[in-house]
Design a protein around this ligand. Structure first.
Ligand SMILES: C[S@@+](CC[C@H](N)C(=O)[O-])C[C@H]1O[C@@H](n2cnc3c(N)ncnc32)[C@H](O)[C@@H]1O
Length: 301
């Protein structure tokens, strides 16, 4: 009987290895109270609300981290990531529970509005004031497609971009996505929504390797974007002000009180008249904040 139990245990472990990212089969299933402890930790650390419906997701991601660290007991892993020595692993764990879905020119209406309304207005005002500084913050930039889409849009509007001091701060909590973003290399499929003219102007074949189907954002665009790790719940180590902020498809993971506090803190970093973009599935309705509604998913200070 003991031998039989041992075999089952081995099979369970093999299943954990083979199921990979999508598998939620852990050698030691998680108790109700441990699930609560993990979800409270995630909420405290980054504001993401892992309710009961996210249990499978948490178990799958946890199984992966257990394999990576060679631990096989979720309790032991919890103790480790909440200890001082486990700080680096805590960052990997938070990386693994956040969802990084993004795309070039995602929610294209925002880029059209930026190109046709926001930028012409800002550029005209700044030209008149002879101030050629332009700053944007992309506050949950994932693998970089969003800040690079912003950079390409702005560069296509400015008639002499080299005369402008134009920079984008792109931040995310996940070090894993930031590493990809910094490389600025994407497959042909990921470029599907990039207009052909932008593709020719702002990308080149990946030099020094990569497959023929890999494209690289040109250095002139990459130089505009600075990537930094930032948890939106932590203090912001910069001053701003920003002419516009993109904070899209991240608020959705936070509860109302966290959303309200973040909007208010971020709004303080907008220049007067600056624009604030949220995801179209998000809304600031019901939250107290100092911004004026402009159109769906666009606000203004
Ligand atoms: C679904 S992606 C959205 C990416 C992009 N803004 C877009 O709309 O395509 C959400 C991103 O938010 C990041 N994120 C989650 N919680 C965060 C937090 N507390 N602080 C900063 N970034 C966070 C995730 O790592 C992920 O890259």
């Amino acid at each position: 009987m003991g031998e039989f139990k041992g075999t089952i245990e081995r099979l369970r472990r093999m299943a954990t290895i083979e199921l990979g990212d999508s598998g939620s089969f852990m050698a030691h299933p998680m108790s109700e109270s441990l699930f609560r402890q993990f979800s409270e930790l995630v909420y405290e650390q980054c504001g993401i609300n892992l309710h009961e419906g996210k249990r499978t997701l948490l178990e799958a991601r946890l199984a992966k981290r257990l394999r990576a660290t060679g631990m096989d007991c979720p309790e032991e892993y919890y103790r480790y990531i909440t200890s001082a020595e486990g700080r680096a692993e805590l960052i990997h764990f938070l990386d693994s529970v956040s969802t990084n879905l993004t795309a070039f020119f995602r929610e294209v209406q925002h880029f059209e509005y930026l190109e046709r309304h926001v930028l012409p207005e800002i550029v005209e005002r700044k030209r008149a004031e002879r101030r050629f500084r332009l700053r944007a913050w992309c506050a949950a930039c994932s693998t970089g497609e969003e800040p690079y889409s912003i950079a390409m849009t702005v560069l296509s509007v400015l008639d002499r971009p080299e005369t402008w001091d134009f920079k984008i701060l792109a931040t995310d909590i996940s070090t894993k996505v930031l590493a990809i973003a910094e490389q600025g290399r994407y497959s042909r499929e990921r470029l599907a929504k990039v207009p052909e003219a932008y593709r020719r102007l702002f990308f080149r074949g990946s030099p020094g390797g990569g497959s023929a189907d890999t494209f690289e954002v040109i250095p002139e665009v990459r130089r505009i974007v600075t990537f930094r790790r930032l948890n939106l719940k932590d203090p912001y180590p910069f001053h701003g002000p920003f002419d516009f902020i993109f904070c899209r498809n991240v608020m959705i993971y936070f509860d109302k009180s966290t959303q309200e506090s973040l909007i208010n803190r971020m709004a303080a970093y907008l220049a007067p008249g600056g624009y604030f973009f949220v995801g179209h599935a998000e809304s600031l309705t019901g939250l107290k904040h100092p911004l004026i509604y402009v159109k769906p998913a666009v606000y203004r200070k």
